[in-house]
Design a protein around this ligand. Sequence first.
Ligand code: GAL
Length: 738
Amino acid sequence: MRSRIDFNSNWLFEGTDKVTLPHTAVELPFAYFDERAYQRKFTYEKRFVADPAWAGREVSLCFDGAMANAKVRLNGTEIAAHADGYTPFEARLTGKLKSGGNIVTVIVDGSENPDIPPFGGVIDYLTYAGIYREVWLKVTAPVAIANVKIETPDALAATRKVTVAVDIANPEAQPLSGKITATLCDPAGMAIASTTAALDSDKALLVLDGLAGIALWDIDTPMLYEMVLSLETEHGSDRTLTRFGFRDIAFTPKGFLLNGRRLKLLGLDRHQSYPYSGYGLGRAAQERDVEILKNELRVNIVRTSHYPQSPWFLDKCDELGLLVLEEIPGWQHIGGARWKAEAVENVKRMITRDWNHPSIVTWGVRINESRDDHDFYAETNAMARSLDTTRPTCGVRNFPESEFLEDVYTMNDFIDGDHKELGGNRPKVPLRTPREVTGLDRDVPYLVTEFGGHTYPTKSYDQEQRQAEHVSRYLGVIDAAYGNDNISGTIGWCAFDYNTHKDFGSGDRICHHGVMDMFREPKFAAYVYKSQSDPERGVVLEPVTFWARGERNVGGVLPLIVLTNCDEIEFRYGDNPPKRFTPDRAAYPNLPHAPVVIDRHHFTEDELGEWGMFWEDGYFAGYVNGEKVAERHFAADPVATALTLVADKESIGESEDVRLVVRALDQAGNKLPFLFEPVAIAIEGPAILFGPDLVPLRGGAAGFWLRSTGTGTITASVTSAALGTTRISIAAERETAS
Ligand code: GAL
């Protein structure tokens, strides 16, 4: 049998610090830093003793990801090198281990190596440096299972089939004979079918057919099955578990189909970066981002812009039912022959790593927003199709009439930002039609992969009016996509603000393009997404206002957009009689849940006169089927009242990252967007804090991540001069095998 040994602890970093992986080589400030700080070499070293039980077995060190140009040495001799920073690699230790102590040295180089993607030009994101994903030791029999590809070719048939293609690892070219058994387990873990085949080469294909009673994987019911593979040869045995799902996908000229049902895709782009720690947060942070996308933003698709992301992230997408567009590393620039060969390899590495994820619906095989390059993209497409016939390819471009070599035409359509009122070239249109973009005389599968972003950067602490315009733009584009059956959906730029190079963003090394800030705290635009879900998933009632009389230019709060999935809302100003409003279907005819827009014409001059003299409280109530389901109060005289501290989890493992969010609230429980109060963070117990321990509130909130360093009670406290101290406890517990 194989074993997987955790290899993340006790690395000596740069000869001085003891660190645990995942790790970022340089912890960066929040903003205004020199991004060259991490663009150099770093050394990690780990000493370990080879277990005598490994004798006669295959032993490899597996790196899930290291940025970048990793070189691995064992006892001073280089044994592996891997340039790409986003895909896994192995260093084979078999036959090279000393019986006493051994030293593994890993040198990574954060310099932007122009020979490999995404480097060579400018890039609107940072790539950081370090061994930023897990490392583990794999010990197997000399002949073992190398990789498994599971396909469900007829997932919609009455009885279903699953094919299991197995690659056998046989590094010493041993004579091969034996047998391999595939056992299918249902979501409850019960074995429901099994087949055995004789093994006589380094490839095997097993088929389980005629399967009845199989549940489909879908976004609301992400049923996951498991394939257990057992290999028996004269060299020993091996066993692997692979999760997968039965589901059917199709991108058609009339939209996207999941299990034969039309599903309008509504999603966001995600960078895998975090403030301070860059790429270096582990499993829990990756998983939490999926929970945020699925449950807080309630989107149905995410694009892993612009590179393959953490396996933990993808696993969680499978578990929660969040569709994924995954793409190869790159940003606009295409390099020379060697660079292109590496990009083609990246297609292979991405697909062979991730082909069993039911959540992944298409492979992005172009360098994001690069120019056309026929031979290059013919090759990336051919590579993808040769490896995976079950998923369409796509390739993200940003100009019309680009050569269409893929299966899905994916377009970053920023036309909304190019309208005359902004000094642009066009009357205002939220999206172009697919034919206008493709230039083709036929409809093809078409998906918008970015909009928004740099055309309307918006900070969490920006003026209300700007935030309302930000919201309007999202509403307009998404409404247009819902209104056009030829558009499979939209993926907006982007989920979370991110650190970037000096060439982009606000000069502060941040692109404020997220519907959430870097701490994943929502801006108003986040509720555009959330409010598109049915109220059964949680009622949304989010008036786009700070409820202040003088915040907007000239003043007042009208027109007031209320993002909601209620079918009616009640609004009251002070003690005046309440008024009822329904969603603005005239302005947004296609959205699942149009917002309510309250404007001057809804009031008489007398009523508006009431707003004139004194600024009063605001009150909103949401109704679904005539029943009051939500209320919001806004204080006319907000005062700093409470400092709250919330952790994503109250109990974590012994080396787990957890996010905490601090919010300053007024007496009505609303955030105080302009309270730029310093907050001191103190941590007691077995944990380290990432980032500084004195931070400002931004947009009424701040966030930070902790990593537990053992078991016990962690106490986190936040203190501000105006609001005193708030503390919470988190239990760090020994992990139980899951
Ligand atoms: C796109 C690009 C993204 C990001 C975005 C900002 O052109 O693909 O990576 O830079 O613009 O709006």
